[in-house]
Design a protein around this ligand. Structure first.
Ligand SMILES: *Cc1c(COP(=O)(O)O)cnc(C)c1O
Length: 419
């Protein structure tokens, strides 16, 4: 990536050069980014695309304000869960009819897990990993309780998940890129191994969709879920998505059988009949304003080439870690993500016992990252709006916080509700 001999120190002007030849440089213009702020938390809440404000304004003023209830038909509001699903399908290597947008990631996970258990009635084990995003584990525990505690949640070793697979396993439910460590599973190998023991494979793409090419169909994945407000820029609390491989759709039975998953919602029949295809994964009325924002966020990602996004994400991540080694030596910061970019998602992490206060001091100094218990400083990399020089500026801010002990200020030690 950077042409230098090991002895050469990186400089800001070397990075300016890289920005000048960056094929994604222009996409930064699609976002509203606050002046003087370096945002490295797009893995937690994507930044606001400029088009989102205009789209929301139009939908509120015209479609809701003037169209009122007619817009369900005239503006095709009713089909937005599947229209947006078709867009997301292009980002995750799925066919257009395999993805829908609905509910939250946690709720979609619940629906997909329950549907998987239904297909494997004699198997009693759900496999995940202890380091998975806690909500995913909580949803599994809740489902097991609901089903009368006949099932068991088994935690796999993240470095050897396949060792936990056997013929008792109904479903393997893992997150593609870990929220805290950024470690990335080999989707194809793990999916193959799950299938080899007869289990279904359910991936959570929350931290990978929109940040790298994904090939759900090519890897033979059965089900997937993912988040709309991270790399898809859908806005706070944006609806999530789910994927069901076409071969499973006809037999899919999910428990949240709301009216919009019914074959004929407006016949108002007293009994549930599932809709054909992916529509049976829907439950209640879609949140149109949130769907609109997600739609605008998706358009920004769809205009770029995911291979370019991934290439730049890797380059920026490597650069960040290299700069930390060069500039912040001696401050006790350790790398808390895979150094091998092939095993990493689109965020980098550092570890420090005073991580929380360091992140707060950084935020006060114009660099927004975040903190994950107990000691991880996370920095999300969003190639659509990050510049190479941003990595330089972020690491200089970190160096400043460490050199001048800025994090010791008591105001940076008070815990907020959301970290
Ligand atoms: C962000 C994230 C979620 C979010 O779940 P919600 O129900 O949408 O709040 C779930 N799982 C993983 C792995 C995530 O990273």
């Amino acid at each position: 990536m950077i042409q230098k001999s090991p002895a050469t120190r990186l400089t800001r002007s070397m990075l300016e050069e890289l920005d000048r030849s960056d094929p994604l440089a222009r996409s930064r213009d699609a976002f509203e980014l606050p002046e003087g702020l370096l945002y490295m938390d797009g893995n937690s809440l994507g930044a606001l695309p400029k088009a989102t404000r205009r789209r929301l304004e139009t939908v509120v003023r015209e479609e809701w304000g003037q169209g009122l209830i007619r817009s369900w038909n005239e503006r095709d509001w009713i089909h937005l869960p599947l229209t947006l699903g078709r867009k997301i399908a292009r980002l995750v290597g799925a066919q257009p009819e395999e993805v829908a947008v609905a509910d939250s990631t946690s709720v979609n996970l619940f629906k997909m897990l329950a549907a998987a258990l239904h297909l494997r009635p004699r198997r009693r084990v759900l496999v995940s990993e202890a380091g998975n995003f806690p909500s995913n584990l909580y949803m599994m525990q809740g489902l097991i309780d609901l089903l009368g505690a006949k099932h068991e949640l088994r935690h796999a070793d993240p470095d050897d998940v396949e060792a936990a697979f056997d013929e008792d396993v109904a479903v393997v439910s893992l997150t593609h890129v870990n929220y805290k460590t950024s470690a990335r599973h080999d989707m194809e190998a793990v999916t193959d191994a799950a299938h080899a023991c007869g289990a279904l494979m359910l991936w959570d793409l929350s931290h990978s969709a929109g940040s790298m090419p994904i090939d759900l169909d090519g890897c033979g994945v059965d089900r997937a879920v993912g988040c709309g407000y991270k790399f898809l820029n859908g806005g706070p609390g944006a609806p999530a998505f789910l994927f069901v491989a076409e071969r499973h759709q006809e037999n899919l039975r999910q428990p949240l059988t709301g009216w919009l998953g019914h074959a004929a919602p407006f016949d108002f029949e007293p009994s549930y009949r599932p809709a054909a295809g992916i529509a049976r994964t829907l439950c209640g009325t879609p949140p149109i304003l949130s769907m609109t924002a997600l739609d605008a966020g998706l358009d920004v990602v769809l205009r770029a080439d995911l291979r370019e996004i991934r290439k730049k994400s890797v380059a920026l991540g490597d650069l960040f870690l290299e700069l930390v080694a060069q500039e912040c030596d001696g401050h006790g910061l350790e790398v808390a993500c895979p150094e091998d970019s092939a095993r990493r998602g689109s965020q980098v992490g550092l570890r420090h016992p005073n991580g929380y206060a360091i992140v707060q001091a950084l935020i006060a100094n114009g660099v927004i990252g975040d903190f994950r218990h107990p000691d991880v400083l996370r920095f999300g990399i969003t190639p659509l709006y990050h510049r190479y020089v941003d990595m330089w500026d972020a690491v200089q801010a970190l160096r400043d916080v460490m050199d001048r002990d800025l994090w010791r200020d008591p105001q940076f030690h008070r815990r907020a509700t959301v970290t």
